[in-house]
Design a protein around this ligand. Sequence first.
Ligand SMILES: Cc1cc2nc3c(=O)[nH]c(=O)nc-3n(C[C@H](O)[C@H](O)[C@H](O)COP(=O)(O)O)c2cc1C
Length: 141
Amino acid sequence: MRRIIYCSQATYDIAPDELVALLDVCRRNNAQAGLSGMLLYSNQSFLQVLEGEPDALSAAYGRIAADERHTNLRLLADAPTSAALFPDWTMGFEHVDDEELADEVDGFTPATLYPLVNPDLISNAGVATTLLTLYAKNRVR
Ligand SMILES: Cc1cc2nc3c(=O)[nH]c(=O)nc-3n(C[C@H](O)[C@H](O)[C@H](O)COP(=O)(O)O)c2cc1C
């Protein structure tokens, strides 16, 4: 098993509807590929952890990296791991600053407890992992 963490910047202001659709695709594909993970979105910044078998992981990351909805992907971590951090999550999600989503969509919860996801703040993989884990602990699948 392998784990990658990357951050990126959205190329435009992605609407809540589109995030929902994106997440549907993530969950469907990831379930099929045996991948798990967590995705944070805030202020047009993404932070994502993805884990699974190396081949499935590279294939997914290749697709993700080619997605024009985001740019400036920065790989923060890429390492073998003995256990998944998010074994039960085909893709946990946080839209860190949109309270509306919480009312509208099952599985979304606004989170204001922890620092915003911003590539400038995520200086290393340790910080990113801690942040993702904090969100995951408090969130629905
Ligand atoms: C920030 C971000 C994260 C994404 N995460 C995943 C993911 O975890 N799994 C996945 O299958 N697709 C993910 N995607 C979507 C892929 O880029 C791509 O649209 C999707 O895999 C469908 O590819 P296809 O149309 O070639 O089948 C993500 C896209 C973005 C912008």
